[in-house]
Design a protein around this ligand. Sequence first.
Ligand code: HEC
Length: 144
Amino acid sequence: MIRGLIVAGVVALGVSAVVAQTSVIKDRQDAMKQMGAATKGPGGMLKGTEPFNLATVQTSLRSIADAATKAQPLFPEGSGQGDTAAAPKIWQTKADFDNKMKGLAAAANKALADIKDEATFKTSFPEVAKNCGGCHTDYRLKRG
Ligand code: HEC
């Protein structure tokens, strides 16, 4: 009887660990989707397919900084299994990974302060965007 309860308890714990991991994966993917959505407008402005708009750029940069801050704690040890493109390397060089995420937030905040017009946008925004690929190359698995 007691043994059965212990087994049930362990199974329940195991299930909640899986649920917790699934939600942390979903939460970080949502933060990344937020970054992707925020990068679209300024990306179009850089390419010239969209007119420059300072307010949109500022909203995007705030959203990127916010998403990077949200994503920071969403890569706990052991969350590399499941429906995720997070590379195992994240947990081998976690300090570097964490610095890259902090670096993105810092770059977005710096650009927010630096961008005053289209010219400063064209020099500063790419400095933010290069952080995306700079992390994905090492730490995001290609899927599909
Ligand atoms: C410090 C590392 C890091 C930085 C910086 C970073 N990403 Fe990511 N990104 C990841 C990882 C890791 C994943 C895979 C997450 C997973 O599947 O659990 C990911 C996944 C994504 C996804 C797919 C999300 C989904 O639907 O599954 C998008 C879109 C994305 N990133 C956009 C961006 C953009 C845009 C930027 C820059 C503004 C950026 N990322 C910066 C590490 C990073």
